[in-house]
Design a protein around this ligand. Structure first.
Ligand code: ZN
Length: 277
């Protein structure tokens, strides 16, 4: 995090310290909270639309527009209404990677049933070692995470030797995610510059989020992308944001309200979200 030094009158310093003591925060955290509130800036805040369990149960209806989503964040991932491909939100733009392999910028009116976005602001930056697998990538990123008990946004930039990715195809309405994933398209991108957009979610959130690392890829030329299944890359630039303010926006559609969400979400997701080969 960058540091700033400022001169303060003693009276203001004393008042800040007293208020920080009352709020139970340390002085730095208290001043950051005041600034974020005053500037209407969301710091360390993540917005999630709907739950992973609703996706597993086949609730893929449009819940928010891409335009509304981008008001809450400039970085993140998700999917599109009707499971029409993978969403990558990067540098304030949303991209749609479709099963046919094409990638384009999503229009503001496009709909999403599930997405996770944040205003990306790195707390830790550095460089990873080279990685040869998805698990290796996770281990490399682990060194830059501060805790297993908060959410993290993870951005990795650089040259990728190989990225195996998938994009979901729109299934018939009512199809469960596990069945929809059987018809996903898989692609392998080789020797390409790009970015991994990732969210890391704690184990306790498995009932409503995607536990562990969830990465979507986007090439620098914005022509290749998808949900990442495997990865091989040299050292990558990494930036990690701690996410401690979690907003969950639940759909109010009839489909969501009546869906049976009492299922084992985590087991289904781990088979759907990871590589099958
Ligand atoms: Zn995904």
């Amino acid at each position: 995090m960058p540091r700033i030094e400022i001169d303060l009158p003693l009276s203001l310093k004393t008042a800040l310290e007293q208020e920080a003591a009352r709020s139970g925060k340390d002085l730095g955290a208290h001043i950051r909270a005041i600034l974020a509130d005053h500037l209407k800036a969301e710091v360390h805040t993540v917005f999630q639309i709907s739950t992973s369990g609703a996706l597993v149960a086949g609730v893929y209806d449009r819940e928010v527009s891409v335009g509304a989503l981008l008001e809450h964040g400039d970085f993140g991932l998700g999917t599109f209404a009707g499971l029409d491909g993978e969403m990558v939100v990067l540098d304030g733009k949303a991209f749609q990677a479709r099963a046919g392999g094409e990638v384009h910028e999503a229009p503001a009116e496009a709909g999403s049933p599930f997405a996770v976005v944040t205003r990306f602001s790195a707390d830790q930056v550095g460089e990873t070692e080279g990685v040869t697998s998805f698990d290796g990538l996770g281990a490399a990123c682990d060194c830059f995470r501060s805790s297993n008990n908060i959410f993290h946004a993870v951005r990795l930039d650089g040259r990728f030797k190989r990225v195996k990715a998938r994009a979901v195809c729109p299934p018939k309405p009512g199809t469960l995610l596990a069945d929809a994933a059987k018809t996903q398209s898989e692609f392998t991108f080789e020797d390409v510059d790009g970015t991994l957009v990732g969210i890391w979610s704690p184990a306790y959130s498995a009932e409503f989020s995607v536990e562990g690392y969830h990465f979507h890829f986007l090439s620098d030329d914005r022509s290749q992308g998808g949900h990442v299944l495997e990865v091989e890359a040299g050292p990558l630039r990494i930036a990690v944001e701690n996410l401690t303010d979690f907003h969950l926006i639940l759909p109010e559609t009839e489909h969501f309200l009546k869906a049976n969400l009492d299922q084992d979400v985590a087991a289904t997701l781990s088979s759907v979200e990871r590589s099958h080969s």
